[in-house]
Write a protein that binds this ligand. Structure first.
Ligand SMILES: [Zn+2]
Length: 496
């Protein structure tokens, strides 16, 4: 038995000005790894490709890994990057295999294709029309028909923050191995609901997604091979952005369709609960101060969530609106993670640790899609720390995987410790702070550029959280984004 195992992951924010060349798909190296290097990078981590590797080795199968490529979310993927990644996978399939296991995202848009995953799967099917194909997908998948039509098994994460990625790989991989062994005949039903849930309301610890994901697990308990509800990724101006469902059964198409219809109806009935109400920033800042004044001594920080500029949703991670409001308000005993500004980091490296410096911080990237130019802010502080910015996640999300912030500096204004980084990394792991010598649990305020994933490794530290609407291409304001390509009518853009 020979398997092709590959990873090609990108969540595309079509409003993001951050470019997406091939190098963005490599963490800690210049190009995405293949073969033994790919296995070494992912074995033992909390990724779906790690699950595929474990399953293949447990089954005594031969396997090849033509590429392991994962990029932080950003703008549409360069055509050259897509052709390289898809080409390596297709070349491996063309050399012959018994099955293909793919660790994909599900919301990849390239310069040419609105459905990058569907295009990859279509090409694989053209090479081998019958080879079993299993796919693990992120809960933020925007499902196109080509993904279902050109694969045999699809499994999606059941959690957001995504802490069951490895388990999702196991579900997809086991169904395909059962198919190869003649023990299962996977059949699949999929469909979409005309709704665009706001990301800030998608957390699987919150209703209604908590109950929807619980129902997916229950359906698997009742006999489905995989039952997945995708909340979708709305910061993508494409036809099929939004919520979808895929159910895989063992040779029972009518039952797959019944479960699909049940899940879609449950989600549709909860559509109003997925709508996020944006609070004005001035109100959020006042609430944060009041919460900090009232909190007991020794309790954790008040988290200020800069959710419009989350790099793990394609944000530039360099807008200064929320950090600027904190500076203006004189908040002290605070830490901020992080501002993406490679130029500022180089200026601090040139100055050296311990020196005082005044920087034009952040605001380097314009955002023409929402009519904004970058607005740096003059900040003065002491350079507290310089480092290479690499650390291993301790989990529970993507545990064991390498994170690479690139050259990194901490600028201490006397009131706020500002982490300044050179690669986009979202704060979802405590190791992001220990890597730069900050104990977040001891801070009074903690500013995070994140939406939901921060909860994975940091929520247990927080005394309270205040969601701060700053500036950026991850805005939850659909009117600001201007979604023109998405199918209509769709809720909540249209009253349905
Ligand atoms: Zn996701």
């Amino acid at each position: 038995m020979k398997l092709v195992i590959a990873q090609m992951k990108h969540e595309t924010n079509t409003f993001s000005p951050v470019p997406t060349p091939l190098s963005r798909f490599a963490t800690g190296c210049d190009v995405p790894p293949e073969g033994a290097a790919a296995v070494a990078a992912y074995r033992g981590t909390g990724s779906a490709i790690a699950a595929f590797i474990d399953l293949a080795e447990a089954a005594g199968a031969d396997y090849v890994v033509p590429i392991a490529a994962a990029a932080s979310p950003s703008g549409p993927v360069d055509n050259a990057a897509f052709e390289t990644m898809a080409g390596r996978i297709c070349d491996a399939v063309a050399q012959g295999c018994d099955a293909v296991l793919l660790d994909l995202h599900g919301a990849m848009v390239t310069q040419t294709h609105d459905d990058g995953e569907g295009e990859l799967l279509r090409r694989i099917r053209a090479i081998n029309p019958t080879v079993p194909i299993g796919v693990a997908l992120d809960m933020h998948t925007n499902l196109y028909d080509a993904m279902g039509a050109h694969s045999n098994v699809i499994a999606g994460y059941h959690t957001y923050p995504h802490v069951d990625v490895y388990e999702t790989g196991l579900r997809a991989g086991r169904a395909v191995l059962a198919m190869l062994a003649g023990k299962a005949k996977p059949t699949m039903a999929w469909g979409r609901a005309p709704m665009l849930p706001h990301v800030m309301r998608q957390g699987s610890d919150d209703s209604p997604n908590k109950e929807l994901q619980a129902r997916c697990r229950a359906i698997e308990g009742e006999g489905a091979l995989c039952a997945s509800l995708f909340v979708g990724f709305p910061n993508a101006d494409i036809e099929f952005a939004g919520l979808s469902v895929v159910v895989v059964t063992d040779n029972d198409q009518p039952q797959a369709e019944r479960w699909r219809d049940e899940l879609l109806a449950l989600a549709w009935a909860q559509r109003q609960a997925f709508v996020y109400q944006i609070e004005p920033l001035t109100t959020s800042m006042a609430r944060a101060k009041a919460l900090a004044d009232a909190k007991p001594p020794g309790s954790g920080p008040v988290v200020l969530l800069d959710h419009s500029d989350n790099c793990a949703s394609g944000g530039t991670m360099d807008t200064m609106t929320v950090l600027g409001a904190m500076l203006d308000a004189g908040l002290d005993d605070a830490a901020a993670f992080a501002i993406f500004d490679p130029t500022a980091v180089q200026q601090m490296i040139a100055a050296g640790v311990g020196q005082e410096i005044t920087l034009q911080l952040g605001g380097k990237l314009d955002m023409p899609s929402i009519g904004l130019t970058g607005q740096p802010r003059s900040v003065t502080g002491r350079i507290k720390l310089l480092c290479d910015g690499r650390y291993r996640n301790r989990g529970p999300m993507f545990g064991g995987e390498l994170s690479d912030m690139g050259p990194t500096a901490v600028l201490d204004t006397g009131k706020i410790q500002i982490v300044v980084i050179s690669n986009h990394v979202e704060p979802h792991d405590l190791a992001a702070f220990t890597a730069v010598g900050i104990a977040p649990e001891r801070c009074r305020f903690l500013m995070l550029k994140s939406r939901v994933h921060w909860r994975a490794g940091l929520r247990s530290l927080a005394h309270a959280v205040v969601e701060c609407a700053g500036t950026g291409v991850c805005s939850s304001d659909y009117a600001l984004l201007g979604l023109h390509q998405v199918r209509r009518p769709i809720y909540p853009i249209d009253a349905m």
